[in-house]
Structure formats: C-alpha cells, structure tokens
Design a protein around this ligand. Structure first.
Ligand code: IMP
Ligand code: MG
Length: 179
C-alpha cells in the first residue's frame, strides 16, 4: 500500500469487476444508438479508459476540464470551464463520466450548461458517490461505489495532483492535508 494512505477502500480488481457491470448496463440501455462519452479531466481518465473498452456500442470520445476545487479538499461551490467539449452535442446521446460526486455542485452546473445545447439525452456516470456530502440535488445515473465521508485518492483521484496513478481507491492519511 502507498505510504500516504491509511487504508484501501476499493481494490483495482473490485473496480474492474464493477466497471464491467456498468458497461454492460450502458450497452443495454443504449442498444442500437450512438453515444458521446464525455470524460471530465483529469480525475475520470483512468475510469473512462477502462469503461469505454467494455461498452459494446458506437462511441464518440470527448473531454472537458472543469474546476471547482482549487488545491484544497473543500468545494468552492462553483464550476469554471477550462476546456470545453470540441463538438456540438445537439441531438446526441451524451454520457458524462466523472470520478466522484461529492457536493454535487460541479455536475449540477455542468448538466445545466450542457442541457442548453439540446442533446438527445444526458446522463451521468460516476465511479464514486459521497451522498453524505451532497449540497445540491443531484443523482448519478450510473454509480460505481458509494463511499463514506473521507478524502479518497487513487484510480484517477488526486490530492494536489498526486496519487492519481495508484491502482486502488484509498483513504489519504489526514496528516497529509492537515499540514
Ligand atoms: P463536487 O462539485 O463537490 O461534487 O466535487 C466534485 C469534484 O471534487 C470531483 O471531480 C473531485 O475532483 C473532487 N473531489 C471530491 N471529493 C474528493 C475526494 O474524496 N478525493 C479527491 N477528489 C475529490
Ligand atoms: Mg475532479
């Protein structure tokens, strides 16, 4: 285990198994349709790349970069578009792929923005969900795992841009972010 973690919450193996289940559900739900899969940079990249390989549909890829967190562990409550999707989404089935739903602010604002562009459909797929921290009404349509109110890293999730490449999801030692 990485020295800055106090425990592993979900192993990479458990994630792979769950990713296959989610991909099978998406494949079934969109049978015969094309889907634009929008990954949210950078946290969703690891989840995204494992997920798309398991979806048996015609997919288009795109990415967005948004920021709501700065460098800390507390949400600022607003979303800033740093990099937008590079194609129109009108008439397309869109699935937003995110690493974690925490307060819900990021995805709520993003959803509102993307809906103004008239997609055929818009759904949210998140690897993790921390419902105990929700500040706005927002639900993921596909959720990998519900996690407790602890700061987690790994499998794409970071603390100050570190730990994204850890293959499991683990809880960061509080002394790392309390110093
Ligand atoms: P929200 O707007 O509060 O839902 O924040 C979502 C974003 O906050 C995610 O995309 C993550 O980048 C970040 N975040 C929230 N909780 C955690 C965590 O436990 N570990 C790492 N990043 C987190
Ligand atoms: Mg993020």
């Amino acid at each position: 285990m990485h020295k800055d973690l106090c425990k592993i919450l979900i192993t990479g193996e458990e994630i792979s198994k769950r990713v296959k289940e989610i991909a099978a559900q998406i494949t079934k739900d969109y049978e015969g349709e094309e889907v634009l899969v929008v990954g949210i940079l950078r946290g969703a990249v690891v989840f995204y790349s494992e997920l798309v390989k398991e979806i048996d549909l015609d997919l288009r890829f795109d990415f967005m970069s948004v920021s709501s967190y700065g460098d800390g562990t507390v949400s600022s409550g607003e979303v800033k578009i740093i990099k937008d999707i590079s194609q129109p989404i009108a008439g397309l089935n869109v699935i937003i792929v995110e690493d974690i739903i925490d307060t819900g602010n990021t995805l709520k604002n993003l959803k509102k923005l993307l809906l103004t562009r008239n997609p055929k459909s818009l759904k949210i797929c998140s690897l993790l969900d921390k419902p105990s921290r929700r500040k706005v009404e927002l639900e993921g349509d596909y959720v990998g795992f519900v996690v407790p109110d602890e700061f987690v890293v790994g499998y794409g999730l970071d603390y100050q841009e570190k730990y994204r490449n850890i293959p499991d999801v683990g809880v960061l030692k509080p002394e790392i972010y309390q110093n």
